[in-house]
Design a protein around this ligand. Structure first.
Ligand code: NOJ
Length: 574
């Protein structure tokens, strides 16, 4: 590898304003049920997050994104919201949520919430009213109720499938006891889809945004941001099953990524911009390509979106480099920052994804990943350490999913009886679902004692069982170990902060062999990642700042980058 430079990834429009914190922030995803349990009931809560704020601040993240904390029957782990203006009692109270926001701000961290606008819980007052009302009533008009097909209406209105398996329609029983209309639910039957053509639906969500913005939250992650508008003709799709949260299977899909969603975000953006400081949005939008994703990021729409192409990319230099270049160019075309993410609560943790042979096919679901064979966790961990340095060196915004800083693997052998993801039941026990990445965090080094997850002696076991061998992954064990994943993330985040990127639309690539990725984040911070089987020498005069390989010290820096390793360095003469 030489240190000469190649072209930048794309032409540059505007440089990021320093006040636009969101362009280069590192955001930590708090999956509240599994983060930290303060009251010993085996379920994470608001007080648990508050207790860990100093930990997150010391880790060096800029903001938290908290997954839905609203009252919910938990048919889909909180993504079935019964009341958008309150806190789930098992998580805390509105007063404790307010305190959390104030305390996070005092530590210099922002707070982003999760809004779920595509569907409500079936226990939401609106849906309960719709069930009690008659076909054709104003109450039903807020949801997608339709007559069935066939002489007696016994067939669903079309062939759409629920993302969790089975039909996307459920038939209700009318007040007189007769089988009645069907309602649409792209997810579980307990998650009826709202009709976003209805003005009351739009007005209600704008009011919900203002409610939380007034409380001081800094922004929202938008759940299923690509799903709210449906083709009014509700045409058949001709598919057997929808993949669990994946890019749309066809170009003219009747319910994913329709152009009509953008009008909603223009009005949301105006609301966010009316606050001081302006609030921000991040889209969870599964689109066919980066160009379609960039449409959500136009100047009068959302600020950023998750980059699922990057998350799903296999551990291969050429493919990753292509995704990086494409992502930067697409984001730059609308003057948005690119974003990077390796894991979240819907996908197999990346230690376990990278622990398998990489055959070049993007994947994120457990069934398809487990089919690749047993995980080699040592290999997966080595790659995950390198992947952290790669992601955190890239320009733009990065997401850290709770537990990734501890190097947690997917728990692939949860007992059947413990599984709670609706996918397990809806798929007829063929898809184990997403519980394996949602196992409560091991804070203390005694997983057999539930204080591992809870602050006080617990009265109940964690809501999903922690594996017996998780002691070595605990925060307690890793805290003072300079070779731990936690130390690597902490150091990397602090170095990253000292090397801010103002123009996220540019990346200076360094010349490198085909199985190596090398680039400069800033003139003083370069990153090189070796995906090949042989060590690669460092450029002459490089001053190593950080290495993914355990055992790195400044006193005895490496001179080469080993297979599946990464190094941050200052190039000679910088
Ligand atoms: C995306 C969320 O990330 C996922 O957890 C949830 O099941 C679906 N949206 C439905 O709300």
């Amino acid at each position: 590898m030489t240190a000469s430079t190649s072209a930048s990834a794309s032409a540059s429009p505007t440089a990021a304003s320093p006040t636009e914190w969101w362009r280069s922030a590192v955001i930590y995803q708090v999956y509240i049920r599994s983060f930290r349990d303060a009251d010993g009931d085996g379920i994470g809560d608001v007080a648990g997050i508050r207790e860990r704020l100093p930990y997150l601040c010391a880790l060096g993240v800029d903001a938290l994104w908290i997954t839905p904390w609203y009252p919910s029957p938990m048919a889909d782990a909180g993504y079935d919201v019964a009341d958008y203006r309150a806190i789930e009692p098992s998580f805390g109270t509105l007063a404790s949520a307010r305190s959390l926001i104030t305390e996070a701000h005092a530590l210099g961290m922002r707070v982003i919430l999760d809004i779920v606008p595509n569907h409500t819980s079936d226990q939401h007052a609106w849906f309960q009213a719709a069930l009690a009302a008659a076909p054709g009533s104003p109450e039903r008009a807020r949801y997608m109720f339709r007559a069935g097909r066939g002489a007696d209406g016994a067939q669903p209105p079309n062939d759409w499938r629920s993302v969790f398996g089975g039909p996307a329609w459920t038939r209700v029983t009318e007040a007189d006891g007769t089988p009645g209309e069907w309602y649409l639910h792209l997810f579980a039957p307990e998650q009826p889809d709202l009709d976003w053509e209805h003005p009351e639906v739009r007005a209600e969500f704008e009011s919900i945004l203002r409610f939380w913005f007034d409380l001081g939250v800094d922004g929202f992650r938008i759940d299923v941001a690509h799903g709210m508008i449906k083709d009014p003709a509700l045409p058949d799709l001709g598919l057997d099953e929808e993949e669990i949260l994946a890019p749309p299977a066809s170009e003219d899909h009747p319910h994913w990524d329709l152009d009509g969603v953008h009008e909603i975000y223009r009005s949301w953006r105006a609301i966010a911009d009316s606050y001081e400081p302006p609030r921000i949005f991040v889209a969870e939008a599964w689109t066919r390509n980066q160009e379609r994703l960039a449409r959500y990021l136009r100047a009068d729409e959302l600020h950023t979106a998750f980059n699922f192409d990057y998350l799903r990319a296999p551990w291969q230099a050429q493919q990753l480099r292509a995704v990086i270049e494409e992502s930067i160019a697409a984001a730059a075309s609308v003057d948005a920052p690119p974003t990077w993410v390796l894991s979240n609560h819907d996908v197999v943790r990346h230690v376990s994804r990278f622990a398998r042979p990489q055959d070049g096919i993007p994947r994120h679901a457990l069934t398809e990943i487990a089919a690749l064979g047993a995980p080699d966790l040592e290999l997966g961990t080595r790659r995950a350490r390198a992947a952290a340095l790669l992601m955190l060196a890239l320009p733009g915004r990065a997401y850290v999913y709770q537990g990734e800083e501890l190097g947690l693997p997917e728990v692939e052998d949860l007992p059947d009886a413990a599984l709670q993801d609706p996918t397990w039941e809806r798929s007829g026990h063929t898809e184990r679902g997403r519980d394996g990445c949602r196992v409560p965090l091991p804070w203390r080094a005694r997983p057999d004692d539930s204080t591992g997850f809870s602050i006080i002696p617990a009265t109940a076991a964690p809501w999903l069982p922690q594996p017996d061998d998780w002691a070595s992954w605990s925060e307690e064990r890793q805290h003072d170990d300079p070779d731990s994943m936690l130390s690597l993330y902490r150091t990397a985040l602090h170095i990253r902060r000292a090397h801010p990127v103002t123009d996220t639309s540019r990346l200076r690539w360094l010349e490198a062999p085909a199985d190596v990725i090398a680039f400069e984040r800033t003139p003083e911070l370069a990153c090189v990642v070796n995906f090949g089987a042989d060590p690669v020498p460092l450029p002459d005069g490089a001053e190593v700042l950080l290495a993914s390989a355990a055992g790195f010290t400044q006193d005895d820096p490496p001179t080469a980058i080993g297979p599946d390793e990464a190094i941050w360095f200052t190039p000679a003469g910088a």
